[in-house]
Design a protein around this ligand. Structure first.
Ligand code: ATP
Length: 247
């Protein structure tokens, strides 16, 4: 059974259907790339999975049960600009906010909470900067803080929204290595990205989205140009197909 199942999900925003009849299953051990053009609905799909967007039809199951926002073992890494970086808070306290769903409003962090936070910070290689105010961090360091914050929940499912935007290649490689490792350890990782070549190279599965799922398969089974043309709305002469080597 897949740890995360999206069944027949339809979402309307501002009076328009943004996602239509989405079926997607994500397995433990997989790094799945969620790929599609601007406006395809990638962020909306992640937010629907998390219960942050109202679903007009369909359901999202985690371990076969309806997802419970802030309760199910699902970690979320939003786009970097969505975090309040000017808030005067240290790296370790920012990472602790990842456990706020577990802590509730009144419980103070205990030993187990600080251990989870410390392990997550080490995992992303930010141990030496744990006390640094988040406002003083570079873009790559901020991205790693967001990943640590999601990991602090010790999730079995990790959702990442465009984690590579604005990052240099070595940082992208470091994070890709980490995401693959997290998947191999038995988590399900679902990541949106515009780095199509990188995703084909590293993801174990690719889901092509354009308002609905156009294809969902391992990269080795996506060598036909047709689903790419459909997902991106391009013709058979598009340079995109050459870059992807799917001609
Ligand atoms: N709050 C909202 N109200 C109305 N429409 C919205 C809202 N949020 C998103 N949309 C619309 O939903 C569609 C999907 O947006 P979404 O941000 O999910 O796409 P995306 O695939 O993540 O795009 P990008 O690659 O540009 O980040 C877009 O047409 C967008 O304009």
């Amino acid at each position: 059974m897949s740890v995360l199942e999206v069944r027949g999900v339809t979402v309307g925003l501002g009076g328009r259907t943004v996602l239509r009849d989405i079926d997607l299953a994500v397995d433990l051990g997989e790094l799945t790339g969620l790929i599609g053009p601007n406006g395809a609905g990638k962020t909306t799909l992640l937010r629907s999975i998390l219960g942050l967007v109202r679903v007009a039809a369909g359901q999202v199951l985690v371990d076969g049960r309806p997802i419970r926002p802030r309760r199910s073992p699902v970690g979320y890494v939003p786009q970097r600009h969505e975090f309040a970086w000017d808030f005067p808070i240290s790296v370790e306290n920012a990472v602790m906010t990842g456990r706020s769903g577990l802590l509730g409003l009144f419980r103070r962090p205990g030993v187990a909470d600080w251990r989870a936070v410390g392990e997550s910070i080490e995992r992303v290689g930010m141990g030496e900067l744990a006390r640094r105010p988040v406002g003083e961090l570079s873009g790559g360091q901020r991205q790693r803080v967001l990943v640590a914050r999601a990991l602090a929940l010790q999730p079995r499912v990790l959702l990442l929204d465009e984690p590579f935007t604005g990052l240099d290649l070595p940082t992208q490689e470091l994070l890709t290595g980490l995401f693959l490792e997290l998947a191999r350890e038995g988590r399900a990782v679902l990541m949106t990205t515009h780095d199509l070549v990188g995703a084909l190279d590293t993801c174990t599965r690719i889901a092509l989205l354009n308002r609905t799922i156009v294809a969902d398969a391992p990269p080795s089974e996506l060598l036909d140009p047709e689903p790419w043309m459909r997902a991106f709305g391009v013709s058979e002469t598009s340079p995109l197909l050459k870059i992807l080597k799917v001609m």
